[in-house]
Design a protein. Structure first.
Length: 511
């Protein structure tokens, strides 16, 4: 009965219901006890390979499940029934029947007295056997598996192919979950490394920055915050430590990345606005400088240095942009002075009165004052969009950049007005020069015609023997040519005067 009970447990664990039924039939059969015992031993030997394989598979799956549960820090409510059973059950507790010399088979050559003694000894042995410790041989008590045992390990079907297949499927899902979390955390670590590169900060500075920002934004850290786990996060970011997938590590990683994104958002807004202001101002200065035939290489080099050479979100980049704005203020003043000198020459050439000159300066100062009084600027929206806990130096940089931008805006505005006036007067001067040039040509032609007609009208010329029909023909041809040239130039002058009156008004005799 004890041997049969042990074999029934093995069949039940393997989920072999037919085996249990055949054991009941064997127990009720009329064969001798020794024959029954021999049959049971044979069946144990037959089932042993399947049992060993199932035990090996069970142990591996149990270890894998517990390892995944530990790595993912899963709660009981997150587990399937199969995972709960195999993770809590440990190793099933059975005894291995060692094959070999330990079992002494009774042969037909034994005497009847020896057989009778065997039956008596078997009966006494069955009384002394324990359910959990059933050796085939009195000299062998080797356990089939070692390790902790649990209630789940004694469940029927715990070694069945269906149960182990179901467990393997559920464990595969946990592996996929772990892989997804691992991939997600690796990507987050890579994002933090990218942020550190853009900020031109080493990981130690980054850790300090995160802690300081969290203290500024929150009165206290979350209950789950742990400094050692935070250190693990930055070790993983620096590739000195492993990326972990458990909940605690992921929480610290998420909060670190969230904090850094908040910090970089403020920096990015400031950096992008600075870049736009500089590019707009630089384009205006370059256009004027090119028209003035000034060397713009130094301006371009300094702009390139500020905007491209340094990391976009670094403190050095932002300060370089502010310094570039200061340089543009100085450059605008220098170019404006050159434009004023050109403007003075044009005024003199066009004979503009002091009243007209004063009117231009008055309008320029009035418009500049309006711009100066306007308190709105491109940096105003940054504070509204920045999250709480923006860095102090960013706030100071915004204030400094706002002041410089207002100065730059006024300088650029004045420069544009001066340049526009210079270009307008230059076109006017060119048009006037064309008119005066044609007028001079007409005067010359008129003088030549007058002199020619005076000579042609001299009566003494006709008494000259040298005068003949060919001379008269040449004079007629010259007169026609000069009249044609005079008419063409006069027509051109008329068109230019009409254009002048449309844009500048009636031309004065003094002009």
């Amino acid at each position: 009965k004890k041997v049969q009970s042990h074999l029934e447990e093995v069949y039940a664990a393997l989920g072999i219901s037919d085996g249990v039924a055949t054991l009941e039939e064997l127990h009720s059969s009329p064969i001798s006890l020794n024959a029954q015992l021999e049959t049971l031993n044979n069946r144990l030997r037959e089932i042993q390979p399947q049992f060993d394989h199932a035990m090996e598979r069970y142990t591996k799956l149990s270890n894998d499940a517990n390892s995944l549960i530990f790595d993912l820090q899963l709660k009981t409510c997150d587990l399937t029934d199969n995972i709960k059973l195999i993770s809590q059950g440990g190793a099933p507790e059975f005894k291995r029947r060692r094959q070999g010399a330990g079992h002494r088979r009774t042969t037909m050559a034994a005497s009847r007295e020896a057989r009778a003694k065997v039956f008596k000894h078997v009966e006494n042995l069955m009384k002394d056997l324990d359910v959990s410790d059933l050796p085939t041989d009195p000299y062998d008590d080797t356990p089939l598996n070692t390790g902790q045992s649990g209630n789940a390990a004694k469940e029927p079907g715990c070694l069945s192919i269906k149960f182990l297949d179901d467990c393997e499927r559920d464990i595969k899902k946990l592996r996929v979950l772990k892989s997804e979390k691992m991939l997600s955390n690796v990507e987050k670590c890579e994002n933090i490394r990218s942020i550190a590169k853009e900020m031109h900060a080493n990981l130690r500075d980054l850790s300090t920055l995160v802690i300081q920002n969290l203290k500024k934004r929150r009165r206290e850290f979350p209950d789950w915050w742990d400094n050692s786990t935070s250190d693990q996060v930055f070790e993983a970011v620096s590739k000195k430590g492993s990326t972990i997938v458990n909940e605690s590590f992921t929480k610290h990683l998420d909060l670190t990345l969230e904090t850094l994104r908040g910090i970089t958002h403020g920096r990015k807004l400031l950096s992008d606005t600075l870049k736009q202001v500089i590019e707009d101002s630089h384009d205006a200065l370059l256009a004027t400088a090119e028209d003035c035939q000034m060397d713009i290489k130094d301006l371009y080099k300094s702009l390139h240095k500020a905007l491209f050479d340094l990391p976009h979100l670094s403190k050095q980049h932002i300060q370089a942009c502010i310094d570039e704005m200061q340089m543009l203020v100085t450059a605008a003043e220098s170019i404006a002075q050159s434009e004023i000198e050109t403007l003075t020459v044009l005024w003199e050439g066009l004979n503009l009165s002091s009243n007209e000159r004063g009117k231009f300066w008055g309008e320029l100062e009035e418009l500049s004052s309006k711009i100066e009084m306007d308190t709105t600027g491109p940096f105003d929206t940054i504070l509204g969009e920045c999250p709480a806990g923006v860095e102090e130096w960013v706030l100071k940089s915004i204030t400094e950049a706002t002041k410089v931008q207002r100065m730059l805006g006024i300088r650029v505005f004045k420069l544009k007005r001066l340049h526009g006036e210079v270009e307008r007067l230059r076109r006017k001067q060119e048009a006037k020069n064309k008119i005066m040039s044609i007028n001079s040509k007409l005067n010359v032609l008129s003088t030549k015609l007058a002199e020619f007609e005076e000579k042609a009208g001299n009566k003494h010329r006709l008494l000259n023997k040298k005068a003949n029909s060919s001379t008269l023909l040449e004079e007629a041809r010259f007169r026609k040519q000069m009249q044609g040239m005079f008419s063409a130039e006069l027509e051109t002058l008329g068109k230019l005067l009409n254009e002048w009156e449309v844009t500048e008004g009636k031309i004065e005799d003094s002009d």
